[in-house]
Structures are given as C-alpha cells and as structure tokens.
Design a binder for this molecule. Structure first.
Ligand SMILES: CC[C@H](C(=O)O)C(=O)SCCNC(=O)CCNC(=O)[C@H](O)C(C)(C)COP(=O)(O)OP(=O)(O)OC[C@H]1O[C@@H](n2cnc3c(N)ncnc32)[C@H](O)[C@@H]1OP(=O)(O)O
Ligand SMILES: [Co+2]
Length: 133
C-alpha cells in the first residue's frame, strides 16, 4: 500500500461541515461529488499528501446513514492507495481479510475502491483505492 489516500468522516450535513472544515483546515473544499451507488455526497480537502473526505448520506439505507444513526458523526474509514487494486484484493483475500465486494467499485475522485469488513481489521473500516488511469 502506498499511502493514506484519504480519511473518511461521516457528517450529518455538508452545508454545515464544509464551511467548518474550511475554517479548521484553512483550505478550500476542492470538489463535491455525489456517488449514487453509495448513496453519499462527498466533499474533499487536500491536506499535503492525503485528503479529508466528508460524507453525507443521500439515502436512508446508505452505509453512512446507518453509521450516523448508530454512532453519530465522526471518523468513518481510512483509505489506502494501492498501485493495483485487483492484485491487492487477491493478496488481502489470501491473507484472510473479508472483502465487502468481489470486484472493485467506482468510487469518488476518479478511483476504483474496495472495502474490508471491520470485524477483521481491529474495528477500523479500511478502504483500498486505485486511481483510474
Ligand atoms: C463514495 C465512495 C467513497 C470513496 O472513498 O470513494 C467512500 O468512501 S463511500 C463510504 C461509505 N460506504 C461504505 O462504507 C461501504 C462499506 N461499508 C459497508 O459495507 C458497511 O458499512 C459495513 C459492512 C462496514 C457495516 O454495515 P452493516 O449493515 O453490517 O452495519 P452494522 O451497523 O450492522 O455494522 C456491523 C458491524 O460493523 C461495525 N461498523 C459499521 N461501520 C463501521 C465503521 N465505519 N467503522 C468501524 N466499524 C463499523 C458496526 O459497529 C458493527 O459492529 P458491532 O460490533 O456488531 O456493533
Ligand atoms: Co472513502
């Protein structure tokens, strides 16, 4: 894995949290993007080599909506950048991690993504992502 590509934070409202993080980080949000397959609206902030990804639910049965209902706003996942997501998924599966889907999905910010179940990663939701070249 190459680097922490982004840290995902679940928020109730981007309208509230984007201005808050712009003040906190002294950095403008560089992109907002809806990913309908995940029923989320995302907002990104570049922070050096990594990013902050804010996530608002756009559907009641989205993973973010469930997370917010259960745990409230806060840290949601860590995303690691990989060079070859197919090879990394095969390696992680071989190592006994539970992949949440068999093939990579289209994520936000021009990435292919795959999540690992937190039950095998010490309770931390891990996303791996590869730039779509
Ligand atoms: C737009 C794409 C974008 C990108 O970067 O490109 C994204 O990052 S999208 C982010 C939102 N999408 C996802 O998170 C997809 C992957 N997540 C899932 O499939 C689910 O959230 C899953 C399987 C992790 C949990 O779903 P489930 O329906 O099983 O919900 P439960 O509440 O029953 O949770 C079961 C169990 O997991 C714990 N849990 C849930 N979410 C998290 C989390 N973010 N971090 C750590 N642990 C989590 C939850 O507490 C339950 O544990 P238990 O001990 O049983 O209470
Ligand atoms: Co993410």
């Amino acid at each position: 894995m190459l680097k922490v590509e982004h840290i995902g934070i679940a928020v109730e409202s981007l309208a509230v949290s984007v201005p808050l993080f712009e003040k906190l980080l002294n950095t403008p949000c560089y992109k907002q993007e809806e990913v309908s397959s995940e029923q989320v609206q995302t907002a990104f902030f570049q922070q050096g080599e990594t990013k902050i990804e804010l996530l608002e639910a756009t559907g009641s049965d989205s993973a973010i909506a469930k997370f917010l209902a259960k745990k409230g706003a806060g840290m949601h996942h860590i995303a690691f950048e990989v060079a070859d997501i197919h090879a990394e998924m095969a390696r992680l599966k071989e190592e006994g991690f539970v992949l949440l889907h068999e093939t990579p999905k289209k994520g936000a910010d021009n990435k292919l993504i795959c999540f690992l179940h937190p039950k095998n990663t010490n309770g931390v939701l891990i996303e791996i992502c590869q730039e779509i070249r």
